[in-house]
Design a protein around this ligand. Sequence first.
Ligand SMILES: NC(=O)c1ccc[n+]([C@@H]2O[C@H](COP(=O)([O-])OP(=O)(O)OC[C@H]3O[C@@H](n4cnc5c(N)ncnc54)[C@H](OP(=O)(O)O)[C@@H]3O)[C@@H](O)[C@H]2O)c1
Length: 356
Amino acid sequence: MSDFLVKRDDFRRCRVAPSEPPQLEPGQALLRVDSFGLTANNITYAVMGETMSYWDFFPAPAGWGRVPMWGFAEVERSGAEAVAVGTRVFGYLPPSSHLAVTAVKADERGFIDGSPHRAALPSAYHRYLTTAADPFYIESTEEVQMLLRPLFFTSFLIDDQLADEGLTDRGPIVVASASSKTAIAAAFLLSRRQGVELVGLTSPRSAEFVAGLGIYERTVAYDAIESLERGPATFVDFAGDAAVRQAVHSHFGDELVHSMAVGVTHWEDFEGGGELPGPAPVFFFAPDRVSKRSEDWGRAGLEQKVADAWHPFREWTAGWLEPIHDRGFAGLESAYLDVLEGGVDPKAAHVVSLRD
Ligand SMILES: NC(=O)c1ccc[n+]([C@@H]2O[C@H](COP(=O)([O-])OP(=O)(O)OC[C@H]3O[C@@H](n4cnc5c(N)ncnc54)[C@H](OP(=O)(O)O)[C@@H]3O)[C@@H](O)[C@H]2O)c1
């Protein structure tokens, strides 16, 4: 067995380490990690590793961490009832050859990892869905599921919250890191609503790509924020860049209706900045919206709405998304460093296969 480890205090240091095969106890199953997507979202799990406990999902030697990934795995061995060897599942995985899970609440749709070290962590990450019973699953679209499905769920909730809170008709929605996949998915959904004006803020190298997507009314480089018309606006921030945040808040001032902090793609520029004019940024916490909409629509109702919205989006991405295929732990390491350094073309995304 092997693990890909990242130094917690220096993300540029990483290594592949051998690990011991676990002794399975009754109720446990061993998953063989097959493949997963790797985007800036995974880097954010490392950036927020301590503050939001992302390092705690998949323990690692002291000082090191295993960055969580979303992807597919197969049950290689099973001592768990209702979890058959050979079952293919989608879920939250370590960058490792294997994961031992304690399968609870297992049925034909999947199971939850009830491992004690995960009990205090958000439950949204604990479910492993069998592909055979999953409304998202289409075998030929596995790559796009690994890459975009977890991001799309967030984007769905952002679009829903902005509309629910009346923010879609109070001036433009200004999106920072507009070329990120999560921003694109949110903008795709928002662009389908009547009368929503979307402004995409991005780096000069991504501007042509962002404009070409046809979902933002305007594409503006980070150094041209002052060219935006002043007036009421909502800021949705996927960049987490202190200078961009400062520039947007200073430009719109008290007319900024809402400032939503979603991500930190610019992870090295996260800290700093002076006092912010306008409303204080509010961190977007997906589990809160999941709870609210699960109460309103039922959990199955929410999942059905997300699945219904997913398929048109997935079809649309086929027109531009270019997966980059990486194989084995060497491929994983180079993909990780590429994403960490922001070297990925915005129309591309890494899919790592650990299959032999
Ligand atoms: N709160 C939540 O629940 C939640 C859920 C899902 C995702 N998110 C967050 O949304 C963000 C987007 O994730 P994603 O996976 O969709 O991203 P992605 O598609 O991999 O983002 C790529 C874009 O991010 C910017 N970027 C990436 N690396 C950079 C670097 N090292 N330096 C500067 N810019 C860099 C560039 O955009 P520009 O040139 O346009 O800036 C690049 O085109 C992440 O921070 C993620 O954590 C949050």
